[in-house]
Design a protein around this ligand. Structure first.
Ligand code: SF4
Length: 462
């Protein structure tokens, strides 16, 4: 019997900031609280528990959390017994400070302790709040999280790895998420099979440093991501596999080879480079050069010529000169990107780069460089999308569109594709002739429908 049917239902609202890993973690927190009678709702009004699952990557992340807590405090004043929890990377980085500055918060928990949430809720009820748990416990949280029973979307996420040992100088992740940890292959495969049984057709494997995955395999050895991908590709009904976010240093030969001979591994790779200048890459502690990165892309394109590349860029890192920035533009021209995220450098508290007192690029200079870079990246993305017009691509349909009769799916290259077609195609892959490009992606018409996965090497040029 469901909690709502017993009258014991409590309302849980989780607000998620940041990346897909936080979205995944929020779903797992909902899973762990379900046996206590908590059911997810879409708004904080009237909720019995509100969790802010925070992200520390963007500027002023902590301030945004405090202003949200100010709004929640008035809701709590009107609802006796409401529990407020702060989770995620801001919680990990600022646990004590949150407790001090926002007394309305009952629970502060770091990303490694979600499995202890029911116990924390009980402790908070007994003690009237004040529970702080930002340990990096020895027992991996995945051993204690329940299996998700919620239906999957067509595209599902699965965390296979957490944490990072790379220590890029601008990034807080190694401090908030801790050292690299990989789940076992058996555990991941079991979760992937459950997701597919619940309706997922494409799975994105998640990790802060996902291609550094080295989980225990069934043969007792550590398996890398390439081998894991091959194993998951054997699951019936799973059409597509993606992974994010990767570091160039961890692109090993086994993973590159998998791009060549595992059709389910989608031909799209988000491989952040951050800068095209060797001097700046060294200052960022990235431990590779721009040419190392070019060689990785070349090797990928040898095994998978149609692979589309995406990346992240930071402009105006301390010490970046005009010549360094030119190197970044040169790398972008050499690689040619289908998608990219670019930002002005801004210091993150607690990171080595934030302590640098010299070489700062002024705001106007950063703004100018960002505009130049984004113009180039936008032009590349438009050219990539335009080149799809007239092609027939396999599209995995995920949801209905905004217009009546329209459904939306994703091409192998992560382009959103809008098609007028029956909604019972959602959850299946169909061949679509691309007819146009809009600001939201591509438009197309059904070219054929076979009801089976269609891989991109079956694509017929239009
Ligand atoms: S590899 Fe990624 S997660 Fe790790 S420190 Fe660098 S930017 Fe942060």
């Amino acid at each position: 019997m469901r909690p709502s049917e017993t009258g014991l239902s409590k309302k849980l609202f989780i607000k998620t900031y940041g990346c897909q890993m936080n979205v995944y973690d929020s779903a797992r927190m909902a899973d762990v609280l379900a046996p206590l009678g908590y059911e997810a709702v879409d708004a904080p009004d009237g909720a019995d528990m509100v969790i802010l699952n925070t992200c520390h990557i963007r500027e002023k992340a902590a301030e945004k959390v405090y202003s949200e807590l100010g709004r929640l405090r008035s809701l709590k004043d009107d609802r006796e017994g409401m529990v407020i929890a702060v989770a995620g990377c801001v919680a990990q980085a600022e646990g004590e400070e949150i407790m001090r500055r926002a007394p309305c918060v009952d629970i502060v928990l770091g990303p490694q302790t979600y499995h202890r949430l029911p116990e924390m809720v009980a402790r908070a009820a007994r003690a009237g709040g004040g529970v702080l748990d930002t340990d990096f416990p020895v027992e991996p949280k995945f051993d204690f999280l329940p299996e998700s029973s919620a239906p999957s979307g067509v595209g599902a996420f699965l965390t296979i790895q957490e944490g990072c040992d790379k220590f890029c100088t601008f990034c807080v992740v190694p401090y908030t998420r801790g050292a690299e940890f990989s789940r076992s292959v058996a555990e991941i495969e079991a979760e992937a099979r459950r997701l597919v049984a619940n309706g997922a057709r494409e799975i994105t494997l998640l990790g802060q440093n996902v291609n550094a995955f080295h989980g225990a395999g069934p043969d007792g050895r550590d398996w890398g991501l390439g081998r894991l991908v091959r194993r998951l590709a054997e699951i019936d009904g799973l059409y597509g596999i993606r992974y994010t976010t990767s570091h160039p240093l961890s692109m090993d030969e086994e993973l590159i080879a998998a791009h060549g001979d595992v059709p389910a591994l989608m031909p799209f790779l988000h491989l952040p480079v951050q800068s095209g200048s060797d001097r700046i890459l060294a200052a960022m502690n990235r431990k590779h050069t721009a040419d190392d990165y070019r060689r990785i892309v070349d090797r990928l394109r040898v095994v998978r010529p149609d692979i589309a590349m995406a990346s992240d860029f930071i402009v105006g890192y301390p010490g970046e000169t005009d010549a360094d920035f030119e190197d970044t533009l040169r790398l972008v021209r050499d690689v040619g990107y289908a998608q990219a995220y670019s930002f002005k450098y801004s210091p993150r508290p607690g990171t080595p780069a934030a302590g640098r007192r010299y070489g700062h690029v002024d705001e106007a200079g950063k703004t100018e460089r960002l505009a130049v870079l984004q113009d180039l990246l936008d032009a590349q993305m438009s050219a990539f999308n335009q080149a799809s017009v007239g092609r027939v691509l396999p599209v995995l349909f995920e949801r209905t569109g905004r217009h009546p009769g329209q459904i939306v799916g994703r091409s192998p290259y992560m382009q959103a594709v809008h098609v007028d077609a029956p909604r019972d195609l959602i959850g299946t892959s169909a061949a679509v002739m691309v007819t146009g490009v809009t600001s939201h992606g591509l438009t197309g018409v059904l070219a054929a429908f076979s009801g089976r996965p269609m891989h991109s090497e079956e694509v017929v040029a239009g």
